[in-house]
Design a protein around this ligand. Structure first.
Ligand code: NAP
Ligand code: GDP
Length: 327
């Protein structure tokens, strides 16, 4: 008798993490469904980058449209739902605070309700974030017990979603997990995020397509890892005996300035300072100055550890942007 493949539904399939997770699950034999919104011109570039556009099946829905989520969950009855959809850019969240809240917070309530009403055996993963910690730390790091002190409407919206995810576990016995992921990057990271903005800018300067790179605060520090490593932790969280919450990061951090200098070094430029223009448009109303994970729980319980070094991550991203721009 043929064994039915496990069904996984991924929201945010067209973003950065969606394609990496889809590829990981396809390799494990899952049937992968991706939720996409209605578009005039959908773009599958990130799935194309990983060569899996045709291996995913697409279903339509929007995180701000409750009924669309009910229909999809009812129809699929997936074994696992990975909620990666979000207005994920901190910088835009001050200008679009309501939209950010509707998608990132209330949208999660809709999706959890869809599971509760129509598919209570589904396991649910919520894309939580180190931005929830904001100013909070425990001896200079953040772990599962560190207090939340979000600094942006994005961070605030994710705190709501985090607690709703915990609450559905405690109230209805639904298997839910929060992955509190620290910043993770890749060649398909959104172009507005500082890492990709830097690697794209550096590649443009190398190819004579730009003269300078305009940035905001160079002093903030982030715990940057590779997205391809982090999706493995998402999957592992849903394979445990019970739902739980995990911090996922590398345990080391670097300043934006260090990222810039390494990216320029990769193309053979040492005096990078002369290419950087500080632009007040990219300074935020409130900053998160310093994030550094303590990922011991993920290591101990999930057996998860990052594989990609900071230096390799920067080099891979610069190389990918050089290749793309040369085309
Ligand atoms: P991303 O590249 O911005 O992708 C987010 C996806 O969500 C996009 O494909 C977007 O679809 C979709 N989306 C936005 N609004 C939607 C709506 N109303 N209905 C349905 N889909 C919608 O984000 P990512 O970097 O892959 O991150 C994945 C998740 O992890 C996000 O929830 C993010 O907040 C969280 N997270 C990310 C990081 C990180 O460092 N990357 C760290 C911690 C947590 P369109 O293509 O239609 O715009
Ligand atoms: P975040 O950690 O989710 O906000 O990820 P980002 O990549 O957007 O920002 C990381 C850090 O880089 C933040 O502290 C930003 O203030 C800082 N930063 C400095 N210049 C820029 C810039 O030009 N764009 C972005 N996106 N961030 C910048």
């Amino acid at each position: 008798m043929e064994v039915m493949a496990k069904k996984a539904l991924i929201t945010g399939i067209l973003g950065q993490d969606g394609p990496y997770l889809a590829k990981h699950l396809l390799n494990k034999g899952y049937k992968v469904f991706g939720l996409i919104r209605r578009y005039s011109n959908p773009t599958f570039d990130n799935l194309d980058f990983l060569g899996i556009t045709r291996e995913v099946e697409y279903v339509q829905g929007d995180m701000s449209d409750e009924a669309s989520l009910y229909s999809v969950v009812k129809m699929l009855q997936p074994a696992e739902v990975y909620n990666l959809a979000a207005q994920s850019f901190v910088g835009a969240s001050w200008d679009q605070a309501k939209l950010t809240t509707e998608v990132n917070a209330i949208g999660v309530l809709y999706l959890l309700n869809a599971i509760k009403f129509f598919s209570p055996a589904t396991k649910f993963y919520q894309a939580s974030t180190s931005e929830m910690f904001g100013l909070g730390n425990t001896n200079g790091r953040q772990d599962e017990n560190t207090n939340f002190h979000p600094r942006s409407p994005y961070g605030v919206s994710k705190v709501y979603a985090y607690w709703m995810t915990v609450n559905f576990r405690e109230s209805y016995n639904i298997f839910t997990a929060n992955g509190i992921l620290f910043n993770h990057e890749s060649p398909i990271r959104g172009i507005q995020f500082v890492t990709r903005k830097i690697t794209d800018g550096v590649a443009r300067i190398k190819l004579g397509l730009a003269k300078d790179l305009r940035l905001g605060n160079l002093k903030s520090r982030r715990d940057w890892g590779f997205a391809g490593d982090y999706v493995e932790a998402m999957h592992l969280m849903l394979q445990q005996d019970k739902g739980d919450d995990f911090v996922v990061g590398t345990g080391e951090n670097h300043s934006v300035e260090e990222f810039v200098s390494l990216a320029f070094e990769h193309i053979g430029i040492k005096d990078w300072q002369k290419y950087i223009v500080t632009d007040p448009r990219f300074i935020r109303p409130a900053e998160v100055p310093d994030l550094k994970a303590n990922p011991q729980k993920a290591k101990k319980i999930l057996g998860w550890e990052p594989k990609t070094s900071f230096k390799d991550l920067v080099a891979d991203m610069v190389e990918a942007d050089l290749k793309r721009l040369k085309k």
